[in-house]
Design a protein around this ligand. Structure first.
Ligand SMILES: [Zn+2]
Ligand SMILES: [Zn+2]
Ligand SMILES: [Zn+2]
Ligand SMILES: [Zn+2]
Length: 372
């Protein structure tokens, strides 16, 4: 038997409880949508107490400056009455490293980076990005703008309230790596395409008719290549021959000029020799007498050395035509016309005649080649 009083008391307790619940829930919702209430001020969805607007905005500015990867946003949880009663789920405690890894793995699996930032639809590129505890990823500045605009922390994709976020600071490195991979991918694809084309062209078909066609194509290609090559070589031979012709022409003209210039000094020397002979002396120059050059000794020295070629023209010293030899005071022997031409060159350069072999100044004596 229950007395009406007891029953009334029980009912009153239940009513009070449901009244409290309703009030707690109302308070929670009011705080959620940031309505002014008589309580301890608005509570953000992440549980961060927003005591003053300035404090929260200052916190936002600091967020961008010095926070490294891994520092979790969201401090100073204060539960509402509804959360304490269990009417609304309490904000999650800070995610540990393993949970963050799981969130990141989910993001990688969904290829969030490839799809770009869901707020601005731009690629992430090298810009800073944030990973939320719900595993969604955004540009850091985009999410900050979104939070400012909505005045609450609610994931723009999955509507998760009370999320935590961390900045991915190595975004630039990741982006560079992605770019490098992309370039490599295209380069490899291009190479593979080239190789495939070559391989395809070299594959012998199984069908008889196709094989005949393949052979004909291969043969004509090889033939064309051969003809092209031959034409190229013909060109080069013609060029070489033309070059040779030109060089021979220059040599001939040079030789003719030398011959005409040689005739005059030889006549002079003939006159000089005759005057020297009339004086009864071997050499034509008075200076040679003074220095008393031992021409016989030099001759025997040259004979001992067995000089057979003229070092200027590399031809044999004993020639039938223009057979005179110039014996220098350094004992070196040259064709008379060769050393004369060499002297002309040196005169043109305003330098004293020096022996082409030993580079010393000399006096010369012309002797017939039979004397060596
Ligand atoms: Zn964005
Ligand atoms: Zn989300
Ligand atoms: Zn010579
Ligand atoms: Zn010499």
């Amino acid at each position: 038997m229950h007395s009406p009083y007891r029953k009334g008391r029980k009912q009153g307790k239940g009513e009070r409880r449901s009244l409290l619940n309703a009030a707690a829930f109302q308070d929670h919702m009011a705080r959620l949508i940031s309505l002014p209430s008589g309580g301890a001020g608005p509570v953000s969805t992440s549980g961060v107490v927003q005591v003053r607007r300035t404090a929260s905005s200052r916190g936002g500015a600091d967020e961008g400056k010095g926070r490294d990867e891994g520092e979790v946003v969201g401090r100073g949880h204060r539960l509402t009455l509804a959360q304490k009663y269990g009417l609304v789920s309490a904000p999650r405690s800070k995610l540990d490293e393993y949970e963050w890894m799981q969130a990141h793995a989910q993001s990688v699996q969904r290829e969030d980076v490839k799809h770009g930032c869901p707020i601005c639809y731009e690629d992430f590129k090298g810009e800073d990005r944030v990973l939320l505890s719900c595993s969604h990823m955004f540009h850091k500045h985009c999410l900050r703008s979104f939070e400012r605009f909505t005045k609450q922390k609610c994931c723009p994709i999955c509507r998760t309230l009370q999320y935590q976020k961390r900045v991915v600071t190595n975004a630039k490195e990741l982006y560079e790596e992605d770019c490098a991979t992309c370039i490599q991918k295209y380069y490899r694809r291009r190479l593979a395409q080239k190789r495939y084309k070559v391989a395809l062209a070299m594959r012998v078909p199984n069908d008889e008719k196709e094989r005949q066609e393949w052979c004909a194509t291969r043969f004509s290609e090889t033939n064309n290549k051969l003809i092209e090559r031959l034409e190229e070589e013909d060109d080069s031979i013609e060029r070489l021959l033309a070059d040779l012709d030109r060089k021979i022409f220059f040599s001939r003209t040079a030789r003719e000029i030398a011959d005409t210039s040689l005739r005059e000094p030889r006549d002079d020397r003939g006159a000089e020799d005759s005057s020297a002979a009339s004086n009864g002396k071997g050499a034509g120059h008075p200076k040679e007498e003074k220095r008393e050059i031992d021409w016989e000794g030099l001759k025997s020295k040259a004979r001992k050395r067995k000089d057979k070629t003229c070092p200027i023209c590399i031809g044999p010293l004993a020639r039938k035509l223009r057979g005179d030899i110039a014996l220098l005071s350094c004992s070196h022997c040259f064709h008379e016309d060769c050393i004369h031409l060499f002297e002309l060159f040196q005169q043109a350069e305003d330098s004293k005649p020096i022996c082409p072999l030993c580079r010393c100044e000399y006096e010369k004596k012309v002797i017939p080649n039979t004397e060596l």
